[in-house]
Design a protein around this ligand. Sequence first.
Ligand SMILES: [Zn+2]
Length: 323
Amino acid sequence: MSPLATPVMFRKADRMSVGRDQPLNLSVSNALTIDVEDYFHVAALAPHIHRDSWTSRESRVVGNTQRLLAIFEQFDVRGTFFVLGWVAEQYPQLVRDIAVRGHEIACHGFSHRLVYEQSPEEFYAETLRAKSLLEDITGSAVLGYRAASYSIVRESLWALDILVELGFVYDSSIFPVRHDRYGIPNAGRAPHRMSIPNGKSIVEWPLATAEILGCRLPVAGGGYFRLLPYWLTRWGLTSINRRELRPFVFYLHPWEIDPAQPRVPASWLSRFRHYTNLEKCEARLRRLLGEFKFGTARDGLVQLGLLSGTVRYDESDHRLYSV
Ligand SMILES: [Zn+2]
């Protein structure tokens, strides 16, 4: 399906905010994002879980994602779900359930292989497969992409060329921190339009970091949300909204609210990163949803004026089209 003529939902309330010269203001929503994958897809556990075993393992992604949908319903909040193609192929009804509730469907690749471990040809093929699958299921254009384990790093920036070629208009894969598996430590921290190797550009919304004493503190969610005390995450996110006067992007995985998930034998570090504070995560998420304003990544970028020129608002049907 071509993304060129496919409408995506667009709330009427956002119409007033569209514009290239829109000033930053605190009414812009922070992006609530979910990477829809199962516990056995996680990069930290990958050395201990063979891909061939995925279909025979107990899957918990549908139940956990439905729980997240119920929580978001309670708080009347919409978010962006970066769905793994493998999950969409196994559970297409889950993708429909997410979309029908007004959330944005975006792409998390197909195989959860790290981008920098793929050739450009492999990356093109699997990303096209995932995007086409999601668009066929929902009937709407998929505009956003997030790489497995934030694996768009300095050596794999070529992937951004391919994303533009495939019709994506924004990416949220760059983590501007130092980490053993991902990160571009000196990358821009705010959402911005960035030049890419082929001379074109794409909108990038980096994962949230707060600045403290000249250092970058990752407060974007996921393992950091579980490992850091809640007050520190809250302080960091508040500082982005109130001191830097801009929205942040926050992420979580469905398995992070599931303390009963099967345990996988793995290294001490991987077990620490994956299992710590799973039992506290849902309560923290509820608190976060009550304390910050959230919406989809797409709507946040439209409100910031960053998608001007890449999407077209149609007055007649109140929908947004990628161009
Ligand atoms: Zn992932």
